[in-house]
Design a binder for this molecule. Sequence first.
Ligand code: MG
Length: 255
Amino acid sequence: MKKLSLLFILLAAGAGSALAQPKVIAHRGYWKAPNSAQNSLASFFKADSIGVFASEIDVWLTADDRLIVNHDRVFKGTDINMERSTQRDICNIVLANGENIPTLDAYLKLVTTKPDTRLVLEMKSLSDLSREDLAAEKIVKALRKYGLVERTDIIAFSLNACLAFKKLLPDSKIYYLDGDLTPKKIKKLGLAGIDYSIEALRKHPEWVEQAHKLGLEVNVWTVDKEEDMRYFIDLGVDYITTNYPEQLQQLIGEK
Ligand code: MG
């Protein structure tokens, strides 16, 4: 009887791990929802309202050393460059849903009111490394101010930025985005894992298992087609970043 119950426990544990599903991350917030816009305050609010694991934002350091939330370097239809313009000029830009581009400060204030959703904070690559170091310092200071260090994961294409964050936040999860380093190299650098494009991981599907064997995690972006969602669910990634979080939730059976 004891042997039988042990067998049952082992089978249940096996089934449990086989059923482990990736966690859903809303890319630039849930901006495909009505009255939302990429990187708007509404996009975090709406991501939270559908129960995603995390919502992602993009952060720039402005010419006057402030932090703002936006994706593109130059805002479409304007000549306002995020790195070369002041916070005031940038935050005058009106998004598709009628909000202005938010400061990181305003964004983090909102995040504090939604404790069930994690923040994935991407620091954009800047034109020189010392500016990146300064941006990392300021971002960490802001996260501390709002008590959000534990609820935030950091991502960056710049390896310099990843290492700057690692120094400032040795216990936080920091993921590299650029897709060109093996899990072994990421492990050596002390990062939490890889957050690579569909193309990079379709080219190197073996990196998922390699990363897991090294104790690293794998996130993939930006997975919007059902075919790709199924591929990465089957591949066993830990997180999937998508512009269609509700469709992904339905696919993995969360809804
Ligand atoms: Mg991003």
